[in-house]
Write a protein that binds this ligand. Structure first.
Ligand SMILES: CCCCCCCCCCCCCCCC(=O)SCCNC(=O)CCNC(=O)[C@H](O)C(C)(C)COP(=O)(O)OP(=O)(O)OC[C@H]1O[C@@H](n2cnc3c(N)ncnc32)[C@H](O)[C@@H]1OP(=O)(O)O
Length: 165
């Protein structure tokens, strides 16, 4: 039922095809997993087809190795009209008994659409019930503000470059 599942975990083993020559999972592969987990969480919350609009504050904290048991945890921390902001943690451990390590974290934002090629559509609102909920929502909005600031700076440089030609 839409508007009910706030947290979603995706769990699987890192495969040999996911790793680079150093035996560590590619950053791009980790980002693909985050996108997939976020997609499942976003369509589950909204009940609508959803697309990624932004990723912010991504940090690769520790490597993931072949055959590690990987858990992607997505938690909905803020909803706008059509947008859903998720805090994402990627943890991994040796399934034979290793200690769980935080490997990557970020904020990812999805927008619900009214069809596969449609327009932004409203999502069920998330109510912040605790101080921790409030803190997470503020964190997500701050990360997105910073990344929008970077986008605007890049746009100014691109424009200045185009004006030179
Ligand atoms: C039936 C089919 C089955 C399919 C089965 C699939 C198989 C399962 C495999 C799945 C695998 C994984 C899949 C992952 C999903 C992709 O990877 S989707 C592909 C990558 N993403 C895209 O292609 C999206 C491209 N972008 C767009 O189409 C448009 O920018 C969008 C997202 C529709 C937004 O359009 P827009 O004109 O900017 O809309 P606008 O009204 O201005 O803003 C809408 C919302 O976006 C927010 N927003 C805009 N810019 C930003 C920003 N920089 N930062 C944060 N929020 C922003 C706005 O604040 C607004 O939020 P609300 O105020 O409504 O809450």
């Amino acid at each position: 039922m839409s508007g009910s599942q706030r947290e979603l975990n995706l769990r699987f083993l890192a495969e040999p095809t996911d790793v680079n020559y150093g035996g560590k999972v590619h950053g791009g592969v980790v980002m693909k997993w985050i996108d997939q987990a976020g997609y499942a969480a976003a369509v589950g919350w909204s009940g609508k087809y959803s697309v990624t609009v932004a990723v912010g504050g991504i940090r690769f904290v520790a490597p993931i190795r072949t055959s590690d048991l990987v858990t992607i945890t997505t938690k909905l921390v803020y909803t706008g009209t059509s947008s859903m902001h998720f805090a994402v943690d990627v943890n991994a451990r040796d399934p034979m008994g290793g200690k769980e390590r935080l490997c990557t974290h970020c904020v990812i934002v999805f927008v619900a659409l009214d069809g596969v090629d449609g327009k932004p559509a409203p999502v069920p609102p998330l109510t912040q019930e605790t101080e921790e909920d409030q803190r997470l929502a503020e964190y997500a909005l701050k990360v997105m503000d910073l990344s929008k600031g970077i986008e605007q700076t890049i746009e100014r440089y691109r424009q200045a470059d185009m004006d030179k030609d």
